[in-house]
Design a protein around this ligand. Structure first.
Ligand SMILES: Nc1ncnc2c1ncn2[C@@H]1O[C@H](COP(=O)(O)OP(=O)(O)OP(=O)(O)O)[C@@H](O)[C@H]1O
Ligand SMILES: [Mg+2]
Length: 487
């Protein structure tokens, strides 16, 4: 089998991660667009401030930020409609500072579509191609292809005023794509569409982007839209980039209060941070009057009188009888407090264990009643005098001693009448309830007037109105639910 040996080695099976599109993590990947310390000034006003950014081929890149932060200015510089005050922009490694707009292989789709009203859909799409080539067959072929891609074949002969807003938007898109630009800039392309059409069109855009392999840079006011369509999102503020990352990172690990607040719903709790020990610590005891778990876990009730649980001289635990229970409940309870719950094994005196546990038994793991052991590390956040600090195990210990803000998404916060067995539990009052069909968001005021949002899924069509306005409630969240940000 000498010939087999001479054959080139079969290609190694691709590793699962090879299919992942993330050129920004590949040090060898060459960016398609490079903003290098770009500044744009209008007189004294700085619209873009020393901005550096790489965008890669085939990316669907979203620029997100409040009105006036410089999104359109960035696009206009990229397309060549605006000069650069300082810095350089490179397209495929070439400085485009001196390249006129029509020679940049960049197409910009403006929000106001700018379709020619007197031309048919077909002619609108063909317009740019006619200026490029005289080859009629080539033009026809390309226009037909674009009509198919944007599902506009049926409307080819109509004028823009004879089609819907969404269809007009698709014509503008077809026209922008007809010349097969390397890069398509979309400035608020879906701004004029209603929510449903907008969502449909987002999926169409993603589909077209994937089919054509064009690099898309989209500007949007709508954070949900950015999260839906984009490979990466850049959050801008006053001419600067605040964070550039994938949608899940932007959402789950915002780098600042600005980004956390800008993207999605978030509650912010401020406090003084201190470092926590690395080793896991037992959960703080839960107060017996509030915690139903305490009923089944005597270990969690150290402050309750435990005289009745004292072992008998022969080593057996006392076995309460019916009369004893009745007497305790009616006579002793008002004086001494709650009787410790009767462990199951004690319910029948003859089955009482020979030797009672001298120390409280650790709660059984896995039972919902067991308060979980808190993982070690991270930060404790002292947010209100006299109340337990909040635990954030993912907090950077370098922030110890500083004032920090814990940012938590509503879907990570539970709401209940009783104290939950979560790492963090805070008492509060329901101020407002937003019913959103499948979910309800509760606005809960906690100490110091801080508002925290908690979300609950409405599994039943008619939700049991268990918790309502002005109710005293508990909110709970895990030690990993929030993000600790430098306040
Ligand atoms: N020709 C101009 N002369 C002076 N200032 C300008 C000019 N064009 C834009 N600006 C200013 O530059 C800033 C950025 O404008 P830009 O149009 O880029 O904002 P934007 O992020 O696109 O906002 P929007 O979301 O409202 O479209 C704004 O404060 C704007 O007033
Ligand atoms: Mg704009």
């Amino acid at each position: 089998m000498a010939e087999t040996a001479a054959k080139p080695k079969p290609k190694a099976k691709p590793m699962p991660h090879e299919g992942v599109f993330e050129p920004w993590n590949d040090p060898n990947a060459k960016p398609l667009i490079e903003f290098r310390n770009v500044t744009k000034r209008y007189g004294d006003f700085t619209a873009i401030d020393d901005l550096t950014l790489n965008i890669y081929e085939k990316e669907f890149f979203a620029l997100l930020g409040p009105s006036g932060c410089g999104k359109t200015t960035m696009m206009r510089m990229l397309a060549g409609f605006e000069s650069i005050t300082q810095g350089r922009i490179l397209l495929a490694g070439r400085d485009i500072g001196d390249v006129p707009p029509n020679k940049r292989s960049v197409n910009m789709m403006f929000q106001s579509y700018a379709l020619f009203p007197h031309l048919s859909v077909w002619e609108n799409i063909a317009f740019g191609l006619r200026r490029e080539t005289k080859d009629a067959a080539r033009i026809t072929e390309r226009v037909e292809e674009m009509l198919r891609l944007t599902r506009l074949e049926k409307f080819a002969r109509r004028k823009p005023h004879q089609i819907s807003g969404g269809q007009r938007q698709r014509v503008a898109l077809a026209r922008s794509l007809a010349k097969a630009p390397k890069l398509l800039l979309l400035d608020e392309p879906l701004g004029a569409l209603d929510k449903k059409l907008r969502e449909e069109t987002q999926f169409e855009l993603m589909d077209i982007q994937e089919k054509t392999g064009t690099t898309f840079v989209i500007v949007t006011h709508d954070q949900e839209e950015a999260m839906t369509v984009a490979s990466r999102v850049a959050v801008m503020d006053e001419g600067r980039l605040v964070q550039v990352a994938t949608p899940p990172v932007i959402y789950e690990a915002p780098n600042s209060i600005y980004v956390a607040d800008f993207i999605g719903d978030v509650s912010l709790i401020q406090g003084k941070a201190s470092a926590r020990p690395e080793t896991p610590v037992p959960a703080p005891p839960v107060s017996p009057t509030e915690d139903p778990a305490a009923k089944a876990a005597p270990a969690a009730m150290p402050e309750v009188p435990v005289a009745s649980a004292a072992p008998l001289p022969d080593g057996r635990a006392p076995a309460p009888n019916v009369m004893g229970e009745w007497l305790h409940d009616k006579v002793l309870f008002p004086i001494l407090g709650r009787r410790p719950p009767t462990p199951k094994a004690l319910s029948a005196p003859d089955k009482a264990p020979a030797v009672p546990e001298p120390a409280p038994a650790p709660p059984e793991s896995g039972t919902p009643e067991s308060p979980p052991e808190l993982p070690g590390g991270g930060l404790a956040i002292h947010w209100a005098d006299g109340l337990d600090p909040l635990v954030a195990v993912n907090g950077d210990p370098a922030l110890a001693g500083r004032t920090v803000t814990l940012a938590i998404r509503p879907e990570k916060v539970t709401i209940s009448r009783d104290k939950p067995a979560t790492d963090n539990a805070i008492e509060g009052t329901v101020i407002d309830i937003a019913y959103l069909g499948n979910i309800s968001t509760y606005h809960v005021e906690i100490a110091g007037g801080v508002m925290v949002k908690a979300q609950m899924t409405n599994t039943r069509r008619i939700a049991k109105r268990d918790i309502t306005w002005d109710d005293a409630v508990w909110i709970g969240f895990s030690a990993t639910a929030g993000v600790v940000l430098d306040a």
